[in-house]
Design a protein around this ligand. Structure first.
Ligand SMILES: NC(=O)c1ccc[n+]([C@@H]2O[C@H](COP(=O)([O-])OP(=O)(O)OC[C@H]3O[C@@H](n4cnc5c(N)ncnc54)[C@H](O)[C@@H]3O)[C@@H](O)[C@H]2O)c1
Length: 199
């Protein structure tokens, strides 16, 4: 069904959960995979792919940091010669707290990882995809990007932002060849077995 032979796919948050599963699937369908995560166990995801005779590398990256995201995208180009697909998935879920009781630092961190991180990744991915003739970007939002939950208001705000950012970028970023869809958002409504933490 899927054929990613000859394609380079970047997956953020690829050390664990949905990101790791997506990286493995990209590789099983032929893509060379660049795994990014703040957590160094992303190296294990790369090793898993190599054990299955796929191609992958891990670039430790904090998606909140401009220079680290620039380095990530540049490494994809240098290592595999291009960038065709990106899954911007890195995220944190805050502890349940009503808005009036929330620490400013928690709000700042959730917005920085879950929204600004997606912005930074899209910005540098799109720049390279435009130069390379097109590409596809999928941002991992959440059902919390469409409806509200009072206990996780920062996450709700960030994920609504991811959907808005994706819609805005999709209107502007169509480039070049037949089907570059930069900026589609996935509203993740499944409840995957995941670590829910804010470290
Ligand atoms: N699991 C669910 O049910 C569910 C539902 C809706 C949306 N989502 C979204 O899916 C995505 C993945 O969730 P998951 O359940 O696999 O969670 P997870 O905690 O297993 O994976 C998230 C990954 O993001 C990484 N990360 C955190 N901060 C980072 C940073 N600053 N820079 C780079 N990487 C960072 C973590 O190290 C981790 O590997 C998240 O964006 C989450 O909001 C998950």
């Amino acid at each position: 069904m899927f054929n990613f032979v000859g394609k380079v796919a970047l997956v953020t948050g690829g050390s664990n959960g949905i990101g790791r599963a997506t990286a493995l699937l990209f590789a099983r369908h032929g893509a060379k995979v660049v795994i990014a995560d703040i957590d160094p166990t992303g190296q294990e995801t790369a090793e898993l792919i190599k054990r299955e005779r796929g191609e992958a590398c891990f670039v430790q990256t904090d998606v909140r940091e401009t220079n680290e995201v620039q380095h990530l995208v540049a490494t994809s180009i240098e290592t595999y010669g291009g960038l065709h697909c990106a899954f911007n998935n890195a995220g944190v879920l805050p502890p349940t707290t009503l808005l009036g009781d929330m620490d400013d630092a928690i709000f700042d961190k959730v917005l920085a990882v879950d929204l600004k991180g997606v912005f930074l990744c899209m910005k540098y991915e799109i720049q390279h995809m435009l130069q390379g003739g097109g590409g596809a970007i999928v941002n991992n939002a959440s059902i919390a990007g469409m409806i509200a939950d009072p206990g996780i208001s920062a996450y709700v705000a960030a994920k609504h932002g991811v959907i808005g950012l994706s819609k805005a970028a999709a209107l502007r970023s169509k480039v070049g060849s037949s089907k570059p869809h930069c900026g589609e958002a996935i509203c993740q409504i499944s409840f995957a077995n995941s670590r829910r933490y804010l470290s």
